[in-house]
Design a protein around this ligand. Structure first.
Ligand code: DAH
Length: 357
């Protein structure tokens, strides 16, 4: 009887090692250890054997069953691991394939698109791009830009001061810059003339309505050299206006006041929605309100008082001149694309955003 047990055991062990998948292995288990299998049957009938054979047969059968159970368990684990590996191999995702259905890869926000477009225009004219901090000091934001102590934009109601600002006249008091103009001063401290730079960036003011958001964007321009005149400013801005709003555009300069330029001007571009304020149907143009001109930026000749703050860096007001300008990026984007409300740029409604970029 023990010979037969040994034979079953060897046969079963053979079948276990040659089973190459879990289903086959399960069949092997049923065949050798299942309820109707020979070995368990034998175990159940050990009691009926003659007393002399009982002990040896029982022991051999029991050992054989345990050994086979262990061998099957081991083989099952091995096959499960192999099969998992194969499944993962088959399921591998090719992330380089285009998605199905195809997804829009995304696009630039209108403000980013406009900023880059403006940068391209001025880079093409020979300007470099410079940047400065958004958390500024009173010195750079106001003092060194020739703002009188009484200038209204210094007030708490017009500027976000960074706590704790107990003294808003302290040159070191911190604020969120109200314009990109402080970068002019920082850039001049950094590099002697000639200097031709534009300075894009975020700016902050406590305003909120259809044409103002507390955070917005500006692009500042600064050219410093010998023999710079207002005509250079006008020519530069004409090239910019034509590149952005169309080749037929004209610009006009109106006298204005800014603390850091003298003389100062506001710059208008001829309306690109009408001729002389009248639409093709003879109606008053809604974009320029019948004016024929649209205000786009502030500019002027750099005030010698500003150069005096950076004289030690090579900016002697007797030797050099400069022009400067500053414009709102949102305003340019809105004019160019007919966006009726500035806040749409910040609502993040994809139906709006997907029309640009
Ligand atoms: N900083 C001004 C503002 O925020 C804009 C400006 C006007 C910038 C004239 C200039 C400039 O550089 O010359 O309204």
């Amino acid at each position: 009887m023990t010979d037969r047990i040994q034979q079953i055991r060897e046969e079963a062990e053979q079948a276990i090692t040659t089973a190459t998948d879990t289903q086959t292995l399960e069949n092997v288990r049923i065949h050798y250890l299942g309820r109707k299998a020979e070995l368990p049957n034998l175990l159940r009938t050990v009691a009926e054997l003659p007393a002399s054979e009982r002990a040896a047969t029982g022991k051999a059968a029991n050992e054989a069953r345990k050994a086979l159970e262990a061998a099957i368990e081991q083989r099952a684990q091995h096959l499960a691991a192999v099969e998992l590996e194969q499944r993962l191999e088959r399921d591998r995702v090719d992330i380089t394939l285009p998605p199905d259905p195809r997804h829009d890869p995304g696009r630039l926000h209108l403000i980013t698109e406009t900023r880059r477009e403006l940068e391209d225009v001025f880079i093409g004219l020979g300007f470099n791009v410079a940047e400065g901090p958004e958390v500024e000091t009173v010195y750079y934001n106001f003092d060194a830009l020739n703002h009188a102590p009484t200038h209204p934009s210094r007030l708490m109601t017009d500027t976000f001061y960074v706590a704790p600002a107990d003294d808003i006249f302290d040159p070191n008091a911190r604020l969120l810059r109200v314009h990109t103009s402080p970068v002019q001063v920082r850039a001049m401290e950094h590099q002697p003339p000639p200097l031709y730079i534009i300075m894009p960036g975020r700016t902050y003011r406590p305003d909120n309505d259809a044409t103002h958001t507390p955070q917005f964007h500006q692009i500042e321009g600064l050219a410093v050299d010998t023999d710079i005149t207002l005509a250079d400013l006008q020519g530069t801005l004409l090239a910019f206006a034509r590149a952005i709003f169309g080749e037929e555009r004209e610009v006009r300069l109106r006298p204005h006041f800014f603390p850091f330029t003298e003389p100062s001007v506001e710059v208008d571009v001829s309306c690109f929605n009408c001729t002389g304020g009248l639409t093709a149907h003879g109606l008053r143009c809604p974009l320029c309100k019948g004016e024929g001109w649209i205000e786009i930026l502030g500019a002027g000749m750099v005030d010698p008082n500003v150069f005096a703050y950076v004289r030690e860096y090579g900016y002697d007001p007797e030797e050099i001149q400069g022009f400067a300008f500053g414009m709102g990026i949102e305003r340019i984007a809105m004019l160019k694309h007919g966006v009726p409300d500035l806040r749409m740029l910040y609502d993040n409604d994809v139906r709006f955003l997907e029309q640009f970029g």
